[in-house]
Design a protein around this ligand. Structure first.
Ligand SMILES: CC(C)(COP(=O)(O)OP(=O)(O)OC[C@H]1O[C@@H](n2cnc3c(N)ncnc32)[C@H](O)[C@@H]1OP(=O)(O)O)[C@@H](O)C(=O)NCCC(=O)NCCS
Length: 196
């Protein structure tokens, strides 16, 4: 049987921009895009450093849209929507949000490799940081990146994240343990960086 390469054609879906950027908008996630999200989660190159090591099904993805009704939100995820091409190309957000101590972990995934190294991850992270500090009133953001994932830590560096430490043998990638760089950005440093 001939194996058909999974195409990532996106059915007509409306975007509801939540945050406007220059080349991208950040939009709420959309259950109509479940297939697209599953495609990104399972893509061998995209999932390598995102550590999606368990195959994802459409059913798994659809369950993620079921709203939790209790407690404070501790996870905010947004689609990265390419304005010119009018389509979603990735996702970005905050996880493990700690509202008492005012910090969160950041995550970013550009699910369409054709859009890598075009400054989109950087623009998306700038928008997320502004939202986290100036709208959500968070005080510190951090993220962990495998030392080999140059794209990710380049983005962190361009935004002004500082290296906080290195965790030894924190990830298992391609048959070997790799170290993880831990980055942090304090609101006061980010504000100062914008004034300089
Ligand atoms: C990592 C990722 C988020 C980066 O997003 P992006 O849109 O490609 O990022 P940008 O284009 O804004 O910046 C990437 C930078 O890394 C640099 N870079 C990437 N790979 C590189 C390499 N192998 N060597 C040197 N520089 C490299 C690019 O040149 C660019 O820097 P520049 O603008 O100074 O030229 C994206 O590639 C991705 O989603 N990858 C798959 C999922 C993933 O790894 N997520 C992170 C899990 S922690």
């Amino acid at each position: 049987m001939e194996k058909k390469e999974k195409s990532n054609e996106i059915e007509e879906v409306e975007a509801f921009p939540f945050i406007n950027g220059e080349n991208i908008d950040l939009c709420p996630r959309n259950s109509k895009l479940a297939k697209v999200y599953v495609c990104w989660k399972n893509h061998p190159r995209v999932r390598k450093y995102a550590r999606n090591v368990v195959p994802r099904t459409i059913e798994d993805q659809s369950k993620r849209f079921e709203r939790r009704t209790e407690g404070l939100v501790d996870h905010i995820s947004l689609d990265v929507w390419h304005k010119k091409d009018n389509k979603p190309i990735g996702q970005i957000g905050l996880s493990r949000i700690d509202w008492i101590n005012s910090w969160a972990n950041t995550f970013l995934q550009i699910g369409e490799p054709d859009y890598w190294n075009k400054d989109i991850g950087t623009e998306a992270t700038e928008l997320l940081v502004e939202y986290a500090f100036n709208e959500l009133n968070l005080n510190k953001l951090h993220g962990g990146v495998a030392v080999d994932n140059i794209g990710s830590w380049s983005v962190a560096g361009k935004i002004g994240f500082k290296l906080e430490g290195v965790k030894k043998h924190e990830m298992y990638v391609d048959g070997k343990y790799v170290d993880t760089k831990i980055f942090q950005l304090l609101k006061e440093d980010w504000v100062k960086g914008k004034q300089d």
